[in-house]
Design a protein around this ligand. Structure first.
Ligand code: TXA
Ligand code: MG
Length: 338
């Protein structure tokens, strides 16, 4: 078998791939036209956003959308977010765009906000999980925006990880989980927010927060007033364990963290203060400055790192319960579930 040197990762990729037929060139790259051509042919491409990397398919190509579920091993009752390049593209997907949703879009798009809106008929039930609503956002990454402008279709894209695993915030993370199954990963660098978009439902008169995310509740409330929070198991990805490393992942008190047993290889994920004498190779401190934004940006990357260190357990603790700390804590709880 012919091998192709992948320069960006210094590794060889094999040409055979059960999920696509064409011969594999470099799996990771910055070639937007190549990504356009693959997506037009009905292939999947991993795309960068400022939140996390997405696994994208043309929304109008049923087979491609079905392939997202196959490749991610994702259950069909978990609907997808659709990424659009403009409001006119959004209007082709929804039956209405309520004033409250318009206000949120004006303020936060392009950006890390997903809106749940009433869906038009004709959209694949794979995307909506058969509901009458659709999740939509305009992402704010220059490469993905250029990709959307060059394509004439919106892109359905969940996070580009195997279902339940840690979300990817670099092209390398995508490659580690899905590289063997994908023809191309569009490399837009490390995601500068590092946490998924916040999801707000605009179906009833009052907006409802469905998923905590990279835009905090406080920031949203300055625009639309008090929000209620309803995270349903199915619609907001609340299906038990999620965002999880393979290594046992435990939330401990600060007291427990200071007394790590000697008979276990324990890795630590901490907010701002290193715990001695745990070596730096087994410990990730997310922000020495105590910034929750920096911690959010580094969270998944640190989890990926620790997961590769052959540890018996990874221990973490609750972060401050304010701002992005709430989103981080929600991800930690999900990651630590059985
Ligand atoms: O930042 C993000 O949101 C990333 C990037 C790639 O855009 N995407 C992402 O997708 O996190 P995913 O599939 O990992 O999470 C999407 C969430 C799921 O929990 C799903 O249940 C929810 O969006 N969702 C999708 N359609 C919905 C709908 N019609 N009503 C309510 N929730 C919906
Ligand atoms: Mg996800």
């Amino acid at each position: 078998m012919e091998l192709v040197w992948n320069t960006s990762l210094q590794k060889c990729s094999k040409g055979s791939n059960p999920f696509h037929s064409s011969f594999q060139i470099d799996v990771i790259g910055k070639d937007i036209l190549h990504a356009v051509s693959l997506l037009k042919k009905g292939e999947l491409v991993a795309i960068p956003t400022k939140t996390v990397y997405g696994l994208a398919a043309n929304v109008w190509n049923k087979k491609a959308v079905e392939n997202i579920f196959t490749i991610k091993n994702r259950p069909h009752d978990n609907p997808l977010i659709v990424h659009v390049g403009s409001i006119s593209q959004l209007l082709s997907l929804v039956t209405s765009f309520p004033p409250i949703a318009q206000r949120l879009a004006e303020k936060f798009w392009p950006g890390a906000l997903t809106l749940i809106l009433p869906s038009k008929k004709g959209i694949s039930p794979l995307i909506t999980a058969g509901q009458s609503t659709i999740a939509i956002r305009i992402p704010d990454h220059a490469m993905t925006m250029e990709l959307l402008q060059k394509l004439s279709c919106p892109l359905a894209a969940p996070s580009a990880n195997i279902f339940g695993n840690i979300s990817p915030t670099t092209a390398f993370h995508v490659d580690a989980q899905l590289g063997e199954r994908l023809p191309y990963i569009l490399d837009g660098g490390a995601c500068c927010l590092g946490l998924e978009s916040t999801i707000v439902s605009c179906i009833s008169g009052k907006p409802v927060l469905n998923r905590l995310g990279a835009i905090t509740e406080e920031v949203l409330e300055k625009v639309v007033g008090k929000l209620s929070y309803v995270s349903s198991l199915k619609t907001a990805g609340k299906v038990g364990r999620h965002y999880s490393p393979r290594t046992v992942f435990l939330i401990k008190s600060m007291e427990e963290i200071r007394y790590i047993p000697n008979d276990k290889k324990v890795g630590l994920l901490v907010f701002s203060k290193p715990i001695l004498p745990i070596t730096s190779s087994r410990q990730r401190v997310l922000s020495l400055q105590g910034s929750l934004e920096e911690a959010g940006r580094k969270l998944f990357s640190a989890m990926h790192y620790l997961d590769q260190q052959n540890l018996d357990e990874i221990w973490t603790h609750f972060f401050p319960n304010k701002g992005l700390g709430n989103t981080i804590n929600e991800r930690l709880i999900r990651a630590s579930q059985d």
